[in-house]
Design a protein around this ligand. Sequence first.
Ligand code: ZN
Length: 93
Amino acid sequence: MFAAIIVILLIWASMWAFYKFMYPRAPKSMMPQAGDVTTPRTCNFCGHSLAEYRGVLETQTQELNTEASQDQQQLFFCNYEHQADFHAGKTYQ
Ligand SMILES: [Zn+2]
């Protein structure tokens, strides 16, 4: 009976160590910092969803500045590559 408990504890400990090694915590720099906006946004190029602080937010100010068009003037992209491709007129495939 005692051996069974020891075996269960041993398996639990080795599994815990295994998962600790296989899935380490993400580095601090990857975590949201204070002041980061974590609202999910959709990329205007590929359509993937990403937290706002991880991507590129582009605000166009030179055109119409009415309250109603504020939302449409904000463009969001996963990265600068998607931003460049969007403005180059390419389509995501
Ligand atoms: Zn994208």
